[in-house]
Design a protein around this ligand. Structure first.
Ligand SMILES: *[C@@H]1O[C@H](CO)[C@@H](O)[C@H](O)[C@H]1NC(C)=O
Ligand SMILES: *[C@@H]1O[C@H](CO)[C@@H](O)[C@H](O)[C@H]1NC(C)=O
Ligand SMILES: *[C@@H]1O[C@H](CO)[C@@H](O)[C@H](O)[C@H]1NC(C)=O
Ligand SMILES: *[C@@H]1O[C@H](CO)[C@@H](O)[C@H](O)[C@H]1NC(C)=O
Ligand SMILES: *[C@@H]1O[C@H](CO)[C@@H](O)[C@H](O)[C@H]1NC(C)=O
Ligand SMILES: *[C@@H]1O[C@H](CO)[C@@H](O)[C@H](O)[C@H]1NC(C)=O
Length: 566
């Protein structure tokens, strides 16, 4: 009896399930992929309270924004200071920084902000997520320069807030960069203003807080041009080494033994790419198809030579137009240059769920820094890395709102790009300046998120894994989803590490195209994909990733998946 029912079960499922091939949908497909339009803009809030100098999306679907804290008034006035004393209407209190919020949590599902409290100055600092989704933030200005702060994100209705550790960094970290390392929750902090070292946080093995000299930072320093090597660009390569780029030069760095493993050729172009020349960078999506071995870096825009000093004299030189792409793995390294549709610096570069690159925010002339730029870049650019050379860039819909120095952008799980901030002034100034402080919050909606594509869009995506804590490296997990039309075409599964974004650098941003082992469609239409987690933490450091099902170039809403050291 037992045996019979089992037999019946197998027979039944064999009929009800349709086995599909993970990769061969292109063959069944007819006609070209949809032609995409230019996207749209939404105004979400008129006042975010604080300038989103720094912004990061948490796995609770909140966005943490913060500014410097000593700038006097912000756009969010508090009725009481953090220590409980009342903020009155006196001139003194109206000028007192502690009567204003300098950080907020934005809940994009409810379109609401909540004030957060930061104790010491976070001006031009850096950050990263730990493997459990805790946001770690390092450095800043003055008393904040050696501080380490944590925020354990929380669900709606809870009151998570910033905490400051007693432990201090070894060196001041103002304009430094972070990268999470493949080891257990270790972060490297590199550089900073007049600081030519790196250090590790949290240091797991010892109590002595030590920094290490990095001669590369001395060699790339332009003393008379504001440095041109601050906020160095860091990417973790899938061989476990760090790609570090500053000014015009780059190295492959073995941080474990403090050795430069490789020196790459200088990027062409008459100008620099690091702060205050502020270009931006991504590593192009890593793919299971080459076992994640091939890593290619892309750097776009920057400032002309001498742009910083020219700006001090009111001359705003045109920004760099060029981008460079270089493979950092293998043995042949050469920058392949191509031009954006226009000159640009201080832009954000984000990897979209489709694997295309969005270049958004920024300006056409000048340099980063207070009052140092002109001519905002109002049109985002889309870059399709797999198209033939010369056909990769397109120009998207213009916004009316300038996003200059101290603006930022992050990708949301619903496929929109949140755009916030902008303040080329030293305080919150709304009148009688060429470029006032900008507190409006916008979303850019790429055309692939438009309703007209809903018939191709995978929906009701859910993830199941065996463990509750996450998926171990190389382990299998399942993704279920539905499609309105029955046709699957070139289905791709991408995983995206949410970055910490500031000063055009999206720290820790990376995207992976995951291997699909098989696809099964049940009689009720539910499609089940068995996917393989990335093979190791060099490819994808442990933590929360946004998983997206992309069908024929149309992405689903993303769901969170956590990759863990099993
Ligand atoms: C922002 O302010 C403008 C002008 O007062 C108003 O028309 C608009 O509805 C406001 N938008 C939002 C999202 O609050
Ligand atoms: C509260 O904070 C304000 C501003 O920092 C300070 O002037 C005041 O002395 C504090 N009061 C108490 C009771 O701690
Ligand atoms: C996350 O990890 C950090 C560092 O190990 C730890 O301090 C924190 O308590 C953890 N948070 C949660 C929510 O587990
Ligand atoms: C590089 O640009 C600067 C202005 O930023 C200009 O003075 C100089 O002539 C240029 N050099 C070359 C080789 O084009
Ligand atoms: C920006 O650069 C262009 C090209 O050199 C120049 O024509 C324009 O006047 C500059 N704009 C400003 C505002 O300086
Ligand atoms: C799909 O998701 C929608 C919205 O969350 C829900 O109303 C619907 O019941 C789901 N459909 C299925 C078949 O699970």
């Amino acid at each position: 009896m037992e045996k019979n029912s089992l037999h019946f079960y197998f027979k039944f499922t064999a009929i009800a399930l349709l086995f599909l091939n993970c990769t061969k949908f292109g063959k069944a497909a007819r006609g070209p992929s949809p032609a995409l339009g230019k996207g749209t803009w939404q105004l979400l809030l008129n006042n975010t309270g604080v300038v989103a100098m720094h912004m990061a999306l948490t796995h609770y679907n909140t966005v943490i924004m913060f500014d410097q804290i000593e700038s006097g008034q912000s756009g969010y006035r508090l009725s009481h200071r953090h220590n409980g004393t009342r903020c009155r209407g006196t001139r003194e209190d109206l000028e007192d920084s502690s009567c204003y919020a300098h950080s907020v949590e934005y809940d994009f599902l409810r379109n609401k902000i909540r004030p957060l409290h930061i104790e010491t100055d976070t001006w031009c600092s850096s950050g990263s997520f730990l493997s459990n989704g805790t946001l770690i933030q390092t450095g800043g200005f003055g008393h904040g320069a050696r501080r380490i702060r944590y925020l354990e994100p929380c669900a709606h209705g809870h009151n998570c807030d910033w905490k400051q550790t007693k432990r201090l960094l070894a060196d001041d970290r103002w304009y430094s960069s972070n990268q999470i390392l493949p080891g257990h929750d270790q972060i490297i902090v590199v550089g900073g203003r007049r600081v030519f070292t790196y250090e590790f946080v949290p240091r797991l093995s010892s109590n002595s807080f030590k920094s290490y000299d990095l001669p590369f930072l001395h060699n790339t320093y332009d003393k008379n041009e504001g440095g041109n090597n601050l906020y160095p660009i860091i990417h973790l390569s899938s061989d476990g080494h760090l790609f570090i780029f500053a000014n015009r030069d780059s190295i492959l760095f073995n941080y474990k033994i403090n050795k430069v493993a490789k020196t790459f050729p200088r990027i062409p172009g008459n100008g620099s790419r690091s702060y205050p020349s502020t270009g931006s960078s991504v590593i192009l999506p890593l793919s299971h198809s080459d076992l994640f071995e091939r890593v290619e870096v892309m750097i776009c825009g920057g400032a002309a030579s001498d742009a910083f000093s020219a700006a001090q004299h009111g001359r705003f030189l045109p920004a760099l137009t060029s981008c460079g792409r270089m493979e950092i793995t293998g043995n042949k390294h050469e920058w392949k240059m191509e031009n954006m549709p226009g000159p640009r610096l201080m832009s954000d570069m984000l990897i979209l769920p489709t694997g295309d690159i969005l270049i958004i925010n920024g300006v056409k002339n000048g340099s980063a820094g207070s009052n140092s730029a002109a001519n905002p870049s109002l049109q985002p650019y889309l870059y399709k890395p797999r198209k033939p050379f010369g056909r990769r860039f397109s120009v998207l819909r213009s916004t009316k709102i300038a996003r200059m120095y101290h603006s930022s952008a992050v990708l949301l799980p619903d496929g929109r790009i949140l755009v916030a901030g902008g303040n080329p002034n030293n305080r919150y100034i709304f009148r009688n300046v060429p470029h006032p402080t900008e507190l409006r919050l916008q979303a850019f909606v790429p055309d692939h998120m438009d309703k007209k594509f809903d018939k191709s869009r995978p929906h009701n995506v859910s993830i199941s894994s065996n463990g509750n804590d996450g998926v171990g490296y190389g382990k299998e997990f399942s993704v279920q989803f539905l499609l309105r039309n029955t046709r699957l075409r070139n289905v791709v599964f991408t995983a995206y590490a949410p970055p910490f974004t500031t000063h055009s650098i999206s720290m820790n941003q990376r995207m992976l195209t995951l291997r699909c082992r098989n696809l099964v469609r049940a009689a009720n239409g539910l499609i089940n994909a068995r996917l393989e987690a990335p093979p190791n933490p060099n490819v994808a450091p442990a933590g929360y990733y946004m998983l997206t099902v992309v069908n024929d170039g149309i992405p689903s809403v993303s769901q969170w998946v956590r990759f863990i050291h099993a």
